[in-house]
Design a protein around this ligand. Structure first.
Ligand code: SF4
Length: 648
């Protein structure tokens, strides 16, 4: 039978430079798929309890998606896994591009690294033969330069994942880059690669990826394609007004993700720049401001049409029919840059009260090349500006920078210092929580983080589901696992029995009600996204709806299994529970990961889109944990739950 997985992993021990190929039993794929699921299985079973995230026992994994290369669409994401040095918890980050199929083409579902090398190295795998090579001459180069040098040596078809200077300098907000500056940014796993002295992974293979029923895979993909090309009749200038309407209307209807896909195709994620600000989804001024502080007269500089005018070419991830990425022509040091994502524009823009688009393009490229997370970098800069405003940081501390809101020049200089770990930048290069611990003087009050990780640019006072997932996921601070809006767009109730269908019209305030239905919706999102991250699916594709993007159908056609949607949701539940069990094994108290009070609306804002709103995470947590069979007081998986899911 043609299987969609390769059935093997490569384990590299950097301390003694050994490489071991291991066969993985079929039952592991049946229980966890590959991607994040296989990563969780390996890390949970093999990493000793209490392992130092920056020590030799941490295991860093590069995992391909279970559906990658099988003929399914939206299935080209690879997942980086490890114990996060930023949060001490389960850590993962994922990225599109072309690296996921490259792992499989080399004959593996995942490549794991343990130990610490005595000097800089990179891994090169060619046609199933792996070797460690000296990387001394690559150390210090940025992510794009390094990738170009390696492709010059090994040819343009080689796929490369690499750290930039931020990872080398063990910044706890650094990530791992591929495809010339795209980045698996979250969880600080670039620092793990840096401390292991692993500069890059270079893959060049030609192994075939199978599927049980290729004709059915094709039929399902053709069905899916019909839903991708829905035209959006809206011009860019109207998007801010759409956001303003969503702010004032008390009654809304469940969102259909097909509209969001149209925005993605036309503008990329930046299509939401102004809409999100106006409706209250974007945090502003270090989470203390509102749309009133950053009105349309300021945000028009980041209108999606203006960004789009700079785009010279669009790009797609592997197997994606949407293509939300783009390369832009920009002013200054980097004439060609990646089109900044919504998250980057808002973290480096509205969160810092900066409307200068040229600086956002420059910082986005600088951070991508350095391999530093734009969300955490922008959030830490905003925190520093507020500390300066409150007199906690002085001009002497900042090395002469006047860190005032909207002082673009000072902000650019500050982030450069963070990348270089120079002066105040050294103090800020590990994110807000650690910076506040070092600064003291009450600065913790101005941090916004969950378990140490800065949340993304989606305000849980607008959609309380974000606060649930920021606070309660095994990977705290992540926005890619669930929200009320995501539940609406996934439309899983059309396929999965026994889960709630949203009413055709509902009040915005009803989203804040604490009840069993909301808890179930949040848990369904977590389970589905855990499954999707095992399959290597892009969340944006999944927003089109579960019937239109047939993840369950592709999984059955790729494997020959005959599982129901409910069976697959149990796979997601198992992956999610294993990640939580990983945290418990490593001494994490889930309650300590609740997001900072400011993001929860404690105290509520006095003006703007989210005026008067707050989220009671203490009351929400037990309901969410109960959905998984985790202890409702502590969030720890119960023995009987582990047994039921077959987790030992
Ligand atoms: S929608 Fe965008 S991020 Fe997702 S797979 Fe397609 S190009 Fe990549």
């Amino acid at each position: 039978m043609n299987k969609p997985y390769m059935g093997k992993i490569l384990m590299v021990d950097l301390s003694n430079r050994t490489m071991t190929e291991e066969e993985i039993p079929d039952r592991v794929y049946e229980q966890y798929l590959s991607g994040m699921g296989l990563g969780a299985y390996i890390l949970y079973n093999r990493m000793p309890a209490g392992a130092d995230p920056l020590g030799p026992d941490n295991i860093l994994g590069f995992c391909s998606g279970f559906l990658t290369g099988t003929g399914s669409l939206f299935s080209g994401r690879w997942t980086l896994v490890g114990k996060s040095p930023l949060t001490g918890c389960w850590g993962d980050a994922n990225c599109g591009g072309t690296f996921s199929p490259a792992i499989k083409h080399c004959g593996y579902d995942a490549i794991f690294f343990k130990g610490i090398s005595s000097g800089p190295v990179y891994l090169y795998v060619k046609n199933g033969k792996a070797s460690l090579k000296d990387a001394a001459d690559l150390w210090g180069r940025d992510a794009v330069e390094t990738e170009e040098a390696l492709k010059k040596q090994y040819g343009p078809k080689a796929a490369v994942a690499v750290i930039g200077p931020a990872g080398e300098k063990v910044s706890l907000i650094s990530g791992v880059c591929s495809d010339k500056g795209r980045i698996a940014a979250r969880s600080g796993l670039g620092a793990v690669m840096g401390v292991k002295k692993l500069k890059a992974v270079v893959l060049d293979g030609v192994q075939r990826i199978g599927a049980h029923d290729p004709a059915e895979m094709k039929r399902l993909s053709r069905h899916c394609l019909k839903w991708v090309n829905f035209p959006l009749p809206l011009p860019g200038w109207m998007l801010g007004f759409v956001g303003a309407f969503l702010r004032v209307t008390p009654i809304v209807f469940p969102q259909d993700g097909i509209l969001y896909t149209s925005i993605l195709r036309k503008w990329g994620t930046g299509g939401m720049n102004q809409t999100s600000i106006e409706m209250g989804d974007s945090p502003l001024k270090n989470w203390d401001g509102s749309n009133r502080d950053f009105p349309m007269s300021r945000s028009r500089t980041i209108n999606p049409d203006i960004v789009r005018r700079m785009e010279i070419v669009k790009y797609h991830c592997y197997s994606c029919p949407v293509g939300c990425g783009g390369i832009c022509a920009a002013k200054g040091k980097y004439p060609h840059t990646h089109k900044p994502e919504y998250e980057s524009v808002l973290a480096l823009g509205g969160l810092c009260m900066n409307e200068d688009l040229d600086s956002i393009f420059y910082l986005n490229e600088l951070l991508n090349r350095a391999g530093m997370d734009t969300i955490s970098a922008g959030a830490t800069a905003a925190f520093a500006v507020e500390c300066y405003e409150k007199g906690i940081l002085t001009k002497e501390d900042t090395g002469g920078l006047e860190l005032k809101w909207g002082n673009t020049e000072a902000m650019v200089a500050l982030i450069r210092k963070m990348v270089d770990r120079e002066g105040i930048g050294d103090l800020l290069a590990d994110g807000t929580k650690i910076a506040a611990q070092k600064i003291g003087k009450g600065s913790e009050a101005f941090t916004v983080h969950a378990g140490g990780q800065e949340p993304a640019m989606h305000d849980g006072r607008c959609d309380p589901g974000f606060n649930v997932h920021y606070s309660l996921e095994p990977t705290p601070g992540r926005h890619t696992l669930g929200a009320h809006l995501y539940y609406e767009m996934f439309q899983l109730w059309k396929l999965v029995k026994g889960i709630p269908k949203p009413a055709p019209l509902f009040t915005k305030n009803s989203k804040f009600r604490i009840d069993g239905e909301k808890a179930q919706m949040a848990a369904v999102c977590s389970k589905f996204m855990s499954l999707a991250n095992g399959a290597g699916m892009c969340m944006f594709g999944l927003f089109i709806g579960a019937k239109r993007v047939p993840t369950f159908g592709w999984l059955n056609a790729a494997t020959g299994w005959r599982l129901t949607p409910e069976d697959y949701m149990t796979v997601g539940e198992r992956i999610q529970t294993l990640k939580q069990a990983f945290n418990v094994k490593h001494g994490i108290e889930p309650r300590n990961n609740f997001i900072s009070g400011r993001a929860l609306g404690h105290p509520p804002q006095k003006r703007g889109a989210n005026q008067g709103r707050s989220v009671d995470i203490e009351k929400l947590a037990p309901g969410y944990w109960e959905q998984f069979g985790w202890d409702t007081a502590t969030g720890k998986p119960k023995e009987e739950t582990l047994r039921k899911l077959g987790i030992q």
